[in-house]
Design a protein. Sequence first.
Length: 148
Amino acid sequence: MSSPSHEPAATALTIEMRAPYEFTVRVEGANAHAYTTGEGPPLGPAGNPAPDELLGAALATCLASSLLFCVQKAHVTVEALTGSVRVQKARNERGRLRIGSVEVAFDARVPDDQRERFKRCRTLFEEYCTVTESVRAGIPVEVALRVP
């Protein structure tokens, strides 16, 4: 008899327009919280993270978390971890803006005597990042537009 499959829970979000091109995003469930996002100038107000910035942040923080999880399992101390992300926009064949590429770079400070154990994590951490590997594979997106 096979063991039951444990499907991971879905993340549920709702959005509500606050002003043109500015939205409140509410994350539901046990980790409930809200934040404001939207398109910046010239379309919307400045000061909120834009969708492309959120994508870059999601990729970088997921990768960093995967790296930290791996080094914790390997009993490696990360004394410092910083990163940078470059989200490059590009136009598609129809002239519409898209995310053309994303570059993520990290700098990690690891004690010299733990660098050998750290090497294994360097080769593994990317494949455990849910967000990065999903984006690379191309995520199916279903969109419904309801007008009651």
